[in-house]
Structures are given as C-alpha cells and as structure tokens.
Design a protein around this ligand. Structure first.
Ligand code: ZN
Length: 434
C-alpha cells in the first residue's frame, strides 16, 4: 500500500514545523558525520568548527561542498573517496554521476540511505497521482546513473507494476509501451518528444494509448510550459517534472495544482538559493544557485552542496496543494554556468527552450556560444521535421519570436533532417565555440 510507504504527514507540515524538523535532523547528521566521516571531519575542521560544537553549528556557518571538492577527494582516495560515514562493508549500492560536468563520481549507499531515497521518490509518485494499479515504464538504458534504479524500486515499493525498458530501440520501446498497457512513462522531456516523433513516423497514434502520465527529469524542459504543452499534446497525457541528482537523490517534484512549480522535499532536504559563487542569498525574485543539504542520506551525505543549477526559489507558506515546501518557479532554469549575458540581456537555457518549443515543426535544436570582440554571441541551429514543407518559414518565425521575446537578433540556421544529435539522457544542446 502506498499509504504505508508514503509519508503524507511530512508533506502537510507547517513552515515552523519543517524548520524544527530540519534543524533537528541537521544536528543529528552533523553529530554522525563528525564522529566517523573522514571527508566532513576534515571539512569542518578546516572551517574552524570543533567536533564538540559541530552539532550546534547553524547551517549558514557550515562550509559549502562543491563538485570539485568531491572530484579531488575521489582523485586522492580512489575509487570511492572518503565521504563515507560507515565501514565500506556496510554499503550495498554504487552509482555514478553522469560526468556531464567533469569526471564521473562513484556514489555509495547503505540499505538505510537507499530506503530514505525511495521514500523521497514516493513524494514524486504521490504528486504525479500514480496509483498501485498503474504500470510504469522506465524508458532508459539502465546504466550506473542512480535515477533509473531508485525510480524503479520506489515504484515497486509504492505498489505499481514496474517495467524496465533498457537496451531497446525507440521503436521497440514504443511497442513495449503499447503491448504492456503502460499507463505511466518515466523519461527525459527530450525523449518523451522523441518517442512521440517516432510514433508519428511509425503511424502509431499514441494519444490512443493508455499512457496517462509522463514523469520527466534531467533537463530544464520539463517545467518549460511550451515543452510540456508539446509533450501533453502529443501523448494526450499529463507531464510531471521532477528533479534530482545521483549525489543528492530525488529532491523536488512538480506541484499537482500549479504547473511549472517544483516543490523541494523540505522534510528531507534543506534548500538555499545563493548568489553565484557567493555565500549570500539572492534578492527575492532573483535567480541563483540551488544549494542543497541531504538530511537523511547520512551514509554519504552532502552538506550545503552547490548544485550548479539555476533556480528562482520562493517560500510559499500555503501553496494551493496544501504543502509549505519551498517552490522553484519555472523548475530548473539551466546550469548556472550556462546563464549568459548577451548584449546586456540575461539569457537562461530554459528561455531559449521556451521560444523554440513555441514553433511547431522544429524537432531538435542546438545553441552555439562564442565570444566575438569580447562579447558573448549566440547562434541557433534548428532541425525541422522531415515532413516540414517550408523550413525557411520556420527559420523566419523563430528569428522573429526571439527578437520579440528577448529583444535580440540571434542568427538562426537550418540543419539537415537527422543531422543534430538526439539524446536519451541529459540533452547537451549548448555548445561553446573557442
Ligand atoms: Zn503546491
């Protein structure tokens, strides 16, 4: 029964009760790590925090953890690094980060820390309206990335029938979805669109399939209204975004009442939104870097982890859904390093995604970033669908949409059908030249 597995009470806590819970759990976490976790023992010591005072130290006095800290630690202590609270023999699972921002990191979990993550996943299924009678297809190649395994196992614990769809072509996956009467598909937003495009090519009407929900993650697109609308239109189903990372776990899910708003699972995480490379919070309404502390994954925790993800975070004491969890409006806006200032205009990757997805007939795109005469410049390549009768019209339409929305002229080039890379995992559409 999902009722037993999913902790609904934690989602109904008031802001005050959440703060109290977080403070208690942070204190317990610090007490645990300072006793036996080499990585955090050294970090706290370097920050001048005495072991006896660690548990009482307020969050804002704790040092940050960066990806670079972890990479260096793994380099010095291969293969697993020293962010381990228990003896190695107690760990039962090893996953790996995607390595999209450097070398992949191996991340270990004990049965207890794994269980904690599955419970966080149950918040996502609950918000998505998944029921035990649902059949969930996981349209991924099951590699060492944590998301597949945690989503799959949490789905099974939640009571749904879970079907892995690794090692298949896109056409085979479509048949698998139809043949098994799948009602929920987990994939990236890009892959949801690719499945839909392939269905159209194969003359399969997926709107007639029993799929009612697509739970997406891994890219900014899931909370971009235009991308979501395209997915929902193509599938005749609801699209629900969520957010997580191998090293942090599943941390946020889309509100069922307010589309495009991701709620941080604040009963399990502490979230901060800070200025880029700084320790102070952003002004209200400004975008900043999401910094997360995982409270229940004490076997391999992260304290004040600089995720590198750009968000606009707000406190919504009483969202329409009844939760008081912090809200990320518009979801993940992109990577903080991808936020650009082009001729004085702030541009997030999600803004470009939003405009491109507004123009029907574009199946894939790529953004080239270059520096010319010390100015950042962008160039867009778009790939029209093979059936598109007038690609030049799309090109003109997109140029004028960009100029209208951003007040900038950005060159738009046409790419031949099938020439731009397709992505099953995190899409890499932003390319730096020079
Ligand atoms: Zn809500």
């Amino acid at each position: 029964m999902p009722g037993a597995f999913h902790d609904l009470a934690a989602e109904k806590l008031s802001v005050a009760a959440l703060r109290e819970l977080q403070s208690r759990e942070l204190s317990a976490l610090l007490e645990t790590v300072v006793a036996s976790n080499k990585f955090y023992k050294a970090k706290l010591k370097a920050a001048g925090i005495k072991p006896g005072n660690a548990a009482q130290t307020p969050l804002e006095k704790l040092p940050f953890t960066t990806k670079l800290d972890l990479v260096e630690d793994h380099g010095r202590h291969p293969p697993f690094g020293t962010n381990l609270t228990h003896a190695l023999a107690e760990y039962t699972r090893c996953h790996q980060t995607s390595g999209s921002t450097g070398s992949p990191l191996r991340w270990l979990d004990t049965n207890a820390s794994w269980e904690w993550m599955l419970k966080s996943w149950s918040c996502i299924y609950h918000a998505a309206g998944v029921k035990p009678a649902d059949r969930i297809c996981f349209a991924f190649s099951f590699g060492p990335f944590l998301g597949f395994w945690s989503a799959f196992e949490a789905g099974a614990r939640y009571g749904a029938l879970c079907l892995p769809a690794g090692g298949m072509t896109t056409v085979a996956r479509l048949r698998f979805i139809l043949d098994n009467g799948i009602t929920v598909v987990c994939c990236t937003p890009t892959y949801a669109l690719r499945l839909a495009d392939t269905a159209a090519e194969e003359k399969i009407n997926i709107r007639l399939s029993p799929v009612k929900r697509l739970i997406v993650a891994g890219e900014p697109g899931g909370s971009v209204p235009e991308t979501r609308a395209r997915i929902e239109e193509a599938w005749g189903a609801r699209c629900i975004d969520h957010y997580g990372m191998t090293e942090i776990g599943p941390a946020a899910f889309e509100c069922e009442k307010k589309k495009g708003r991701l709620h941080i699972i604040e009963s399990g995480y502490i979230a901060e939104c800070l200025k880029r490379s700084k320790s102070e919070p952003v002004e209200p309404g400004e975008a900043g870097e999401l910094v997360l502390t995982s409270l229940g994954r004490s076997a391999s925790p992260l304290i004040r982890y600089r995720t590198g993800d750009l968000v606009k975070m707000s406190r919504v004491p009483h969202c329409e859904c009844g939760r008081s969890f912090a809200a990320l409006e518009g979801g993940i806006l992109g990577r903080i390093d991808d936020m650009l200032i082009v001729r004085g205009v702030n541009i997030y990757p999600s803004a470009i995604e939003q405009i491109v997805r507004r123009v029907p007939g574009i199946v894939e795109y790529r953004v080239e970033v270059s520096t010319q005469r010390e100015m950042t410049e962008l160039k867009l390549q778009i790939e029209p669908s093979a059936q598109e009768p007038n690609p030049q019209a799309l090109q003109r339409q997109l140029s004028s949409e960009i100029e209208h929305v951003l007040g900038l002229r950005i060159p738009v080039e046409l790419a031949a059908p099938g020439s731009l890379p397709r992505f099953e995992m995190k899409a890499k559409r932003w390319i730096r030249q020079g």
